[in-house]
Design a protein around this ligand. Structure first.
Ligand SMILES: Cc1cc2nc3c(=O)[nH]c(=O)nc-3n(C[C@H](O)[C@H](O)[C@H](O)COP(=O)(O)OP(=O)(O)OC[C@H]3O[C@@H](n4cnc5c(N)ncnc54)[C@H](O)[C@@H]3O)c2cc1C
Length: 323
């Protein structure tokens, strides 16, 4: 028999947005659970160093920030359950049915904070050699290539950060970019250009990742001259942006280019369903915006739940509002 658990609020995703939303909701007195398909922390676990998050003048690693957030979730007595949400549907007039591979949850409100995932290059060899030299996270896998030669593909902030991180571990790092200039913030772009063991390969397109059991070479093409050559590397780190996996939400909420559309209160077009963080259709995806979204989403969800409980709408503004 399927296991059904009733709660007031299900938060989908234990990244910084989901955790923040759950902490705020809990402090409003809401019965909340977080469901995450993987390790709590989300993308933060892949961020080597963050220098733009307020309050940490020397910077902080994403992993440390994620651990601190996780600790805060635990301190609030909020449970994070490792389950992948596969569907959300109307159960009755006032509740949503949240389905996972392991069970079902009935909730008055749901906050979707499922973030984004690394975009694939979609070249021959990438899928076959994933985990055997093809990686999407330098902080997770970089140590495997200590003293070796690797390549990072991309030209934005993520690619530059990956290259900088790997430059501390590897003997040589190639940064291959299809354009003739970086898209990264000038401040960190300049830092990577100045690193002695990082070589930038401009106007360079990856055609194929070559290797038998493990990555051995990249087949590259110069976008201007069309010349092709082979670059020997032990690992390749793909950092060409992110994509939202929202196919399973298509029938549920309004999407724009795969991202969830919300109003300023983080409400979707479905009553009781809210969204926060990188999954939301927004202009910039950062930790600061994720926690801001989550704070609003939690307050909106709390108001929705209060109405469901029969409390006057917004009667209890919540502890944070009164401080
Ligand atoms: C390399 C890199 C460097 C960055 N540098 C910075 C920086 O310097 N400063 C900054 O502010 N931001 C930075 N960011 C961006 C920042 O990390 C993100 O904006 C932020 O972490 C997004 O948080 P989130 O909670 O919205 O999503 P995520 O962190 O993506 O979390 C989403 C969570 O949802 C879970 N999930 C997904 N689908 C399901 C499902 N169906 N069921 C259950 N769980 C699910 C995932 O497992 C994940 O744990 C960087 C990002 C990267 C990748």
């Amino acid at each position: 028999m399927t296991n059904i658990t009733e709660v007031e609020l299900v938060v989908v995703g234990a990244g910084v947005a989901g955790c923040t939303a759950a902490i705020y909701a809990k402090r409003y007195g809401v019965d909340v659970v977080i469901l995450d398909k993987g390790v709590p922390g989300g993308q933060l676990m892949t961020v080597s160093s963050m220098e733009n998050y307020p309050g940490f003048p020397e910077g902080i690693s994403g992993m440390e920030l994620a651990q601190r957030v996780h600790q805060q979730v635990e301190n609030h007595g909020i449970e994070i359950v490792q389950e992948e949400v596969t569907a959300i549907s109307r159960h009755d007039e006032s509740r949503w049915l949240v389905q996972t591979g392991d069970g079902e949850w009935l909730a008055v409100a749901v906050i979707i904070a499922t973030g984004v995932f690394p975009r694939s290059l979609n070249v021959p060899g990438e899928k076959e050699l994933r985990g055997r030299g093809v990686s999407y996270c330098a902080t997770c896998d970089g140590f495997l290539y200590r003293g070796e030669t690797v390549a990072v593909v991309g030209g934005g902030n993520s690619a530059v950060e990956e290259a900088m991180y790997l430059a501390d571990i590897c003997e040589k790092v190639y940064l291959t970019h299809r354009r003739d200039r970086l898209r990264a913030d000038p401040h960190i772009g300049q830092q990577v250009i100045e690193r002695e063991n990082v070589e930038l390969l401009w106007n360079t397109v990856v055609q194929e990742i070559v290797g038998e059991e493990e990555v051995q070479q990249l087949r590259l093409r110069n976008a201007g001259t069309e010349e092709e050559w082979l670059l020997p590397v032990s690992g390749v780190f793909v950092a060409i942006g992110t994509i939202a996996h929202t196919d399973w939400l298509e029938e549920l909420v309004e999407l724009d280019s795969g991202f969830i559309t919300t109003d300023m209160s983080m409400r979707t077009n479905q009553p009781g369903i809210f969204a926060a963080g990188d999954i939301r259709d927004t202009v910039i995806r950062q930790v600061t915006t994720a926690v801001g979204d989550a704070t609003i989403a939690a307050y909106s969800a709390y108001q929705y739940i209060a109405k469901h409980r029969g409390e006057a709408y917004g009667e209890y503004a919540g502890p944070e509002q009164n401080q």
